[in-house]
Design a protein around this ligand. Structure first.
Ligand code: HEM
Length: 470
């Protein structure tokens, strides 16, 4: 009985899939366009198995080699158009951004909170984005240097025990602390601990199978998300009158309530955006910092030149008995180029997703309404056309500015990363302490990559750190 029901179901699903494909093809013929080249694979499964059974880089590179810079595929139940050229990325993210909306699985939206800015387009997105950008502007983040400096210094000190540590997990602690600083300024330890505890449950369930069955990681994450709302409500309540003076992200979101020309931002919208920023800030920055530990380990000459640049700063600061300052962080040319090259090489946001809100024509091809569109950042970053000898780690390539839309580690256009300056600042400060005060060795396999979901060195890069005697 079950087998018959399953066969009928598969038959109808395949029929629906076939009809919708026919409709898209007809629309293309009607408009004198055609669907991009490529294969949609099996009904429903599409090419999901091919994508997940190999390194995603190989899947995309093989497709690009066969079909060129625009091709169609079908993954995770969605027909997709992949775009691997700077012009196409500009078309989707910048010039025709209004034709492509952000798209995330519902299960993930529920965990972060549906009002987080990156799920939105139009007026609401624009308003929220201004507030977030304001608290992440250069003027705002320069005041954070002493605090980020002490977060990085004490985190790295705690690694120097000769025990093996999971570098990625430790970097996540730093990026979480910096996220909290940016959002709340100085926050009471009890609140911070509560946020940390519940956020890590949410984080653990984020990539798990979405189900409401009690005890599963996803269900636990949903419950932690509810508790996070309550904690954030308490923090907002306690801010009271003080909110008018604070310049951090929470202050920026709360003060907007007082602007009578605009609709108020509710506490739940504030909570969704705070969780959204923490989420956008933590694994991304931690993953890049982990790659940097590996790249520096693998290239002793490069490490020496960064050391020389950073030791000069350290020497000056020791003589004057002062910590790292903003001007110094803006004047680290060797280290800065190394950070840019790490962002290119690691390309931790390999691609992003949008959905066409109407039938769109691009270079004679139809992108049907409802199809997903994926600008492939990593393919562009690793193309020999824009970055000669792309697999060679060479910071000097950044002595010349990359061509427009060839280097997009922070995306581009209306949804480009508002935290990019903060991320770079945090990374530079971490490197300052790492290379001037520590030596390290990697433990175990040193070449694998793990997707969590961002690419991270295998097993989080187990390593041992020792303090250097000065
Ligand atoms: C190295 C670290 C980081 C990388 C590589 C990175 C990368 C990106 C990228 C590629 C996007 C655009 C995604 C898209 O177009 O779909 C983005 C968006 C975003 N990022 Fe980052 N990010 C980093 C760190 C941060 C930090 C530290 C923060 C905040 C403190 C942050 C906050 C955000 C937010 C709020 C958005 C959504 C913007 C919008 O939709 O308008 N990111 N990030």
């Amino acid at each position: 009985m079950g087998v018959i029901f399953l066969s009928i179901l598969i038959f109808f699903l395949s029929l629906l899939w076939y009809i919708s494909l026919k409709r898209d093809k007809k629309a293309a013929i009607r408009d004198g366009t055609k669907l991009p080249p490529g294969s949609l694979g099996w009904p429903y499964i599409g090419e999901t198995l091919q994508l997940y059974s190999q390194h995603p880089d190989f899947f995309f590179a093989a497709k690009q080699k066969r079909y060129g810079e625009i091709f169609k595929t079908h993954i995770l139940g969605c027909p997709c158009v992949m775009l691997a050229s700077p012009e196409a990325a500009r078309f989707v993210l910048v010039t025709q951004a209004h034709l492509f909306k952000p798209t995330y699985p519902k299960s993930k939206e529920l965990l972060i909170g549906p009002s987080a800015l990156f799920f939105h387009q139009g007026d609401y997105h624009c308003r929220l984005r201004k507030l977030v950008q304001n608290s992440l502007s250069l003027d705002s983040i320069r005041t954070l240097v002493p605090d980020i400096d002490s977060v990085a210094a004490s985190a790295l000190d705690s690694w120097a025990t000769s025990e093996v540590i999971n570098t990625f997990h430790e970097m996540k602690k730093i990026s979480f602390e910096v996220g909290i600083l940016t959002i709340f300024g100085h926050l009471e330890a009890a609140y911070k601990d509560d946020l940390k505890k519940n956020y890590s449950i949410l984080d653990a369930g984020y990539n798990s199978f979405p189900t409401n069955i009690p005890g599963t990681p996803y269900k636990k994450a949903l419950s932690a998300r509810k508790r996070l709302s309550k904690i954030l409500g308490d923090i907002i309540h306690e801010r009271g009158e003080r909110r008018l003076r604070e310049k951090d992200l929470l202050g920026s979101l709360l003060n907007s309530i007082d602007d009578e020309c605009e609709v108020k931002i509710s506490d739940s919208q504030i909570a969704d955006n705070i969780i959204g920023v923490l989420f956008a800030a933590q694994d991304t920055t931690a993953s890049v910092m982990t790659w940097i530990v590996k790249y520096l380990h693998d290239q002793p000459k490069l490490l020496q030149s960064l050391k020389a640049e950073q030791e000069e700063i350290l020497k000056l600061n020791s003589e004057n008995n002062q910590g790292l300052n903003w001007v110094q962080t803006r004047n680290m040319p060797i280290t800065y180029k190394m950070v840019l090259e790490s962002l290119r090489m690691a390309s931790i946001i390999s691609y992003t997703f949008r959905e066409a809100v109407a039938d769109v024509e691009y270079k004679g091809y139809l992108i049907p309404k409802g199809w997903k569109v994926m600008p492939l950042f990593r393919n562009i970053h690793h193309s020999p056309e824009y970055f000669p000898d792309p697999h060679n780690f060479d910071p000097s390539r950044f002595e010349v500015a990359p061509k427009p839309y060839t280097f997009m580690p922070f995306g581009s256009g209306v949804h480009a990363c508002p935290g990019n300056e903060l991320a770079k600042l945090e990374i530079l400060i971490m490197i300052h302490h790492l290379v001037t005060k520590f030596r390290w060795e990697l433990v175990g396999s040193q070449n694998g990559v793990q997707h969590s979901p961002f690419p991270v060195p295998f097993q989080g890069l187990p390593a041992r750190f020792w303090k250097i005697a000065h």
